[in-house]
Design a binder for this molecule. Structure first.
Ligand code: ADP
Length: 420
């Protein structure tokens, strides 16, 4: 019904002829910007509250979020694509991008990483989906119920559950709520669908499914058996249902990411899409997500995009394997709520295996972290950079990692200035 229209929820992004959907958010209420949107040329404004505006431009609904959800669902039903839904605490974006890339961009549509919520997902479908055969969708969960809502927009034919960890545990409320919330991707899939699930007993004991494929590290139907790094490449051996495959990745992937690739191989087999081995081997990690490069013979790992205990664990494991000596510049893990102290204590234990820990304590959640390898603690980026310049030697490796809000990329950018 709304094909051809561009939908926006931010009046600053209104362009002539688009549809402005007024959404009440935590910080502001889109209904305050209805006239702004109209003055910029919005053709329609969708509202759930009374507003003063010309009747011929107004679309009144009970819930503007439901309007987006229903419109996106109707569009999907019209094209009837094969839906692959991906969730998990870590690795969604990279797994989705890799899968979509291997299926082929012309045959598949995937939602951009930040458009993975009950608002973002419908917007991406309404604005960018053009009827591609495969929908590869990243589904994010903050609280229990989010995944079920996303599955109502696009019911997965294959549901991929990558892992269940502790990310956003403060928002979800408890680790149990995270588990139950993520299981919805399997519970809500098409009854004839197949679930691709990490081989983790805590998860599997909750599922009774006819059609289940598992993956994991040295376990499951699709497993990574072994891996090692050769300079900045990764040589990994996988056992799939029918064969042993050796892959020579051109970048260093960590064991979490390598495990997720087992899920990618499983999905490709299920949909019977052959992949080009060299495309897979040459695919490189996405910006700021465990992206490794060399600067003046020092290995630099940019993992600034986000952080959780599990993603720290796999990053530190790779860090210690990649460098002669290993250093980590670390900041807080956010959205941990009442678990914050416990999380940062556990982080301290994970970091015991590196040679030097530099704590960037711009915010103070990381104050509860204790680690015997700590060599510097400061909120001054320059102090960190000058420490690293004095200390790092060729063949050392350094990891930059914290939750997004910490903006660790600023410290990294300062360090990289002049070190090309
Ligand atoms: P998401 O979209 O779920 O945040 P990304 O692909 O953006 O996932 O990756 C985020 C972080 O998760 C990266 O630091 C990456 O190294 C880490 N990661 C990926 N897969 C795993 C895994 N299976 N276990 C732990 N960490 C992982």
């Amino acid at each position: 019904m709304y094909d051809g229209y561009h939908f926006v929820i931010d009046s600053r992004k209104v362009t002539p002829g688009c549809v402005f959907v007024a959404i009440k958010g935590e910080k502001t209420d889109g209904h305050l910007y209805v006239n702004d949107a109209l003055s910029k040329g919005a053709k329609y404004v969708v509202v759930e509250k009374d507003v003063q505006a010309p009747e011929n431009c107004l679309i009144r609904v009970d819930s503007t979020v439901d309007f987006l959800i229903n419109s996106a669902r109707e569009k999907i039903q019209r094209y009837n694509p094969f839906v692959i839904g991906i969730t998990g605490s870590n690795g969604k974006t990279t797994t989705k991008e890799l899968l979509s890339y291997l299926i082929g961009r012309e045959r598949s549509f995937s939602n951009p990483g930040n458009l993975n919520t009950e608002i973002g997902l419908p917007l991406s479908i309404l604005n960018y989906y053009k009827g591609e055969r495969y929908l590869v969708l990243e589904m994010a969960m903050n609280k229990f119920g989010d995944i079920a809502k996303l599955c109502q927009i696009a019911r997965p034919d294959i549901s991929v559950l990558l892992n269940v960890g502790t990310a956003h545990r403060g928002v979800a409320g408890s680790d149990q709520a995270i588990l139950e919330g993520k299981l919805q991707i399997v519970q809500m899939m098409n009854p004839n669908g197949t679930a691709v699930v990490i081989k983790d007993e805590r998860i599997l004991q909750k599922l009774s499914l006819k059609s289940l494929v598992t993956f994991g590290y040295r376990q499951g139907d699709y497993q990574i058996l072994d891996y090692f790094y050769d300079d900045l490449s990764t040589i990994a051996t996988y056992k799939t249902r029918g064969e042993i495959v050796e892959l020579h990745f051109k970048s260093p992937w960590n064991i979490g990411q390598l495990t997720n690739i087992g899920a990618v191989l499983a999905v490709l087999d299920l949909i019977k899409v052959g992949y080009d081995k060299s495309l897979l081997e040459n695919f490189s990690p996405i910006q700021d997500r465990f992206k490794v490069s060399k600067h003046k013979d020092i290995i630099v790992i940019n993992d600034c995009y986000n952080a959780s205990l599990e993603s720290f664990k796999v990053a530190v494991d790779a860090l210690t394997k990649l460098g002669k000596r290993s250093f980590a510049v670390v900041g807080s893990i956010k959205e941990q709520g009442i678990y914050s102290t416990q999380t940062h204590r556990e982080l301290g234990k994970i970091l015991e295996s590196v040679d030097g820990v530099i704590v960037y304590n711009l915010d103070h959640e990381i104050d509860s972290m204790v680690c015997s390898k700590e060599v510097l603690r400061t909120d001054d980026e320059k102090e960190i950079v000058s420490f690293l310049r004095r200390t790092l030697k060729p063949e050392d490796a350094v990891l930059f990692k914290a939750s997004r809000a910490v903006q660790m990329e600023r410290v990294l950018a300062k360090y990289l200035e002049g070190s090309e």
